[in-house]
Design a protein around this ligand. Structure first.
Ligand code: BMA
Length: 335
């Protein structure tokens, strides 16, 4: 199996603990962010990191002390210890005029050619997908929002497919959205989005994902298809529980699902995942991958309070998805 990622020998890593039989294992020093990490911010979670310069850069969701979320840049040499900037990202439009956000959360970051694109949830009379671009993590240009509200979980593929940028996204509502399927949209210029297609829906057979699903980290290209790690939500008598699983999408037409695993890869178990501002949430937003060894480090928000990391091998995740595949793509969205 081929993994089309660059070599990343400096990515964070710990070997699988002895006797651990799961596909993923948690970093032994999780969580990697603590409460009140900066003066302005009470909690950092659901954040995205990429290789940058000699180390790593990230766009972090910081819930300020008025409980409104904004995006802050952070830097790290080792991908574990982060210096998060005190001030949030200042956005400017393509003409250089301020283009502020009312709020911003759940960022994803992807390098496409020589630019880093940031997608996030923001507001335009309802939640929708904001898009920004930077080359240096200091100057950020904000492009028009990708969709009309309501939409969340905008996740770009790391290269153009058939000449077009491709974004997974999840139509939603104004609130906490008790439904949700993954769709795919395309654009020639990162501004005009169309050719929207349904990819897959919540799955009534597997109860961890029977309420809604949403794309997680930027998909990873392999010879077996695009590896998509996605979150799945179930509703219990005490509220939503967020886990994450994986699927493989067709390389040429990623609206086609090749395999989808029945089982989650990770579900809230540790104290920092089951206790916090929103208990029982693991919410993946980024993955670092070493194309040479197939090692992967998945960055996920824990209980809307912390950032945590889980390790694994891309090859083992792909095998897990294929071996535990479910033919159900989810229910049709309109009934
Ligand atoms: C979703 C988003 C996420 C959050 C999750 C659990 O709707 O708001 O940012 O992690 O709910 O609270």
């Amino acid at each position: 199996m081929k993994i089309y990622c660059e070599e990343l020998s400096n990515m964070p890593w710990e070997d699988r603990p002895k006797g651990h039989d799961g596909v993923l294992w948690r970093y032994s020093k999780n969580p990697i962010t603590k409460r009140n990490p900066i003066k302005k911010g009470a909690r950092v979670f659901n954040s995205a990191v990429v290789p940058f310069s000699e180390g790593f850069a990230g766009v972090f969701r910081v819930d300020h002390k008025n409980t409104r979320p904004f995006l802050h840049v952070g830097y790290s040499k080792d991908g574990i210890n982060w210096q998060i900037e005190e001030e949030p990202i200042q956005w400017f439009d393509q003409s250089g005029n301020p283009f502020p956000v009312g709020y911003a959360y759940d960022p994803r970051v992807v390098r496409i050619e020589d630019s880093y694109y940031v997608t996030f949830c923001t507001d335009d009379h309802g939640p929708t997908i904001g898009v920004g671009v930077t080359k240096d993590f200091k100057h950020f240009t904000r492009l028009p929002n990708a969709f009309v509200p309501c939409n969340r979980n905008g996740v770009l593929f790391p290269r153009k497919i058939n000449g077009k940028y491709v974004m997974l996204n999840r139509p939603s509502d104004m609130g906490h959205t008790p439904f949700g399927d993954i769709f795919l949209s395309e654009s020639f210029d990162m501004i005009h989005w169309g050719n929207h297609r349904w990819v897959m829906g919540r799955n009534n057979r597997n109860w961890w994902e029977n309420l809604k699903i949403g794309a997680g980290p930027v998909p990873i290209e392999t010879s077996e298809g695009w590896l998509l790690i996605y979150h799945g939500v179930t509703l219990t008598c005490n509220g939503y529980v967020y886990s994450f699983g994986a699927a493989l999408l067709d390389l040429e037409d990623p609206s086609k699902v090749l395999y989808r695993s029945k089982y989650y890869l990770l579900t809230p178990e540790e104290e920092y995942e089951v206790c916090g501002f929103v208990p029982n949430v693991v919410f993946p937003c980024a993955a670092l991958c070493d194309g040479k060894t197939g090692r992967i480090a998945i960055y996920y928000g824990a209980a809307d309070t912390y950032v945590a990391v889980a390790f694994g091998y891309v090859q083992e995740i792909v095998e897990f998805v294929k071996e535990n595949s479910d033919s159900n793509r989810g229910e049709e969205p309109c009934r």
